[in-house]
Write a new protein. Sequence first.
Length: 208
Amino acid sequence: MQLVPGSVCMRNESLLFCVQWAYDMPPAQVSAPDWLGDSRFDIVAKAAEAADESRLRLMLRTLLADRFGLRVHTEQRELPVYELTIAKGGPKFRESTTDGPPAFGNAGKGSLTADRVSMGEFAEKISEPLGRPVIDATGLQGRYDLRIDVSAYMADTQANAAEGGQQMDVMSILFNALQAQLGVRLEPRRNAVDVLIVDHAEKTPTEN
């Protein structure tokens, strides 16, 4: 997926991903038929003039409705969630001193970098590997630069799991790394969250 001012280009992306991106909704908060995750498409959409990311998301919603007959609605459901809280000893990161939009990246396998992000944006990002919504309960209001690297945890856990014939516990790895490297914790809870419900979509889009 590539974004430039005024256009969005998706190659070999699932229809489910397109819906998630268009509505800015994390995977754990989208309820859709299974086939949306199997069918893949190339989508290139261009605006008549320069448009920011929020405008491009709205454009993609219109495209999905026109070409796939997509119909959705949002409702609140009580789901298992994690609350992101400050661990004992306080946060181990500082407010960003650079200008620019929020940005996520990586510095290698098992690492995540985040520049100029709010804690809400970070919570949404880590909800993807956790498979459930993460709610920011840190109380922090600024924008921050965050670095987390789980590669060392993965190597140790993978070796121990191989010796004992067990599967690697990805959840424990992430939980430990968050607390050790960032000074935050994930607390399991149940809470009402917005869920995007896909009511209808056609498997074959209309012609270009």
